[in-house]
Design a protein around this ligand. Structure first.
Ligand code: SAH
Length: 228
């Protein structure tokens, strides 16, 4: 399977069964136990990133690109905190949901722009580029290109999260919970932290802060890298 096929499968998934599943997981309605665990894990990842950015105290001055924004779980609180956010996702359904959620909770949506866009198609420059839980859809040999592209958009900083290879066995056992039923064709790719750090270094970035979110069914390594 080549990368374009992979991407089309991911896009189709997040416009159909994946949309229904992840909209619920990234929401606050009733879900099953596994989904609740994933919801809590993902929330911890988002909260960690928000706490880093809030700690710095300059959020309202930042332009932020949220690449693969999903339903806006990070973009919306960032816009609420006054950051100028450009949020995009390959799935028009996810973007549609993100827009609706933003309109429901934000007094004014001037701070956030949503677009349906493949992250390879992104251009422009942002103070900070953030890409959470998207690398799981990228095979290792596509990761370097993807990360390099994101660094080219970042004036100062890139924040990335990925499913670390260390937990491969655990995760593989549970992969059915990530992509159940007919969507099993969607692959989940794990990445070695050392590889990701090396790619960042090659692009002129060095890791400043890192964190790990680990619940029963959710694993995410978060790295903040800044331009050297
Ligand atoms: N970052 C969000 C969503 C994570 S779910 C959050 O943490 O809440 C993964 C998202 O990545 C999905 O919405 C999917 O549509 C998107 N995605 C996958 N491959 C992509 C690509 N090549 N370009 C843009 N978005 C992509």
């Amino acid at each position: 399977m080549n990368a374009t096929d992979d991407k089309t499968i991911v896009q189709d998934y997040f416009n159909s069964t994946g949309f229904d599943r992840w909209r619920r997981i990234y929401g606050d309605g009733e879900v099953n136990k596994v989904q609740r665990d994933i919801r809590e894990g993902h929330k911890q990842t988002v909260d960690t990133v928000l706490s880093w950015l809030t700690f710095d105290g300059n959020l309202s001055k930042l332009s932020i690109c949220d690449a693969g924004c999903g339903v806006g779980s990070l973009s919306i609180p960032l816009a609420q905190a006054g950051a100028k956010v450009y949020a995009s996702d390959i799935s028009e359904k996810m973007v549609g949901e993100a827009k609706e959620r933003a309109e429901a909770v934000l007094a004014n949506t001037d701070n956030v722009t949503f677009a349906v866009q493949d992250l390879e198609g992104l251009s422009g420059r942002y103070h900070t580029v953030i890409c959470l839980d998207v690398l799981i859809h990228y095979p290792q040999d596509k990761a370097a290109e993807m990360i390099a592209h994101l660094t080219s958009l970042a004036e100062s900083r890139l924040i990335l999260s990925f499913a670390p290879h260390t937990f491969a066995l655990c995760l593989l056992k549970k992969i059915g919970s990530f992509f159940p039923g007919p969507s099993k064709a969607t692959r989940a790719y794990l990445h070695r932290e050392a590889d990701v750090v090396e790619i960042l270094e090659t692009c002129g970035f060095s890791v400043q802060r890192s964190a790990m979110t680990r619940t029963r069914f959710y694993f995410s390594r978060i790295l903040e890298a800044t331009r050297k």
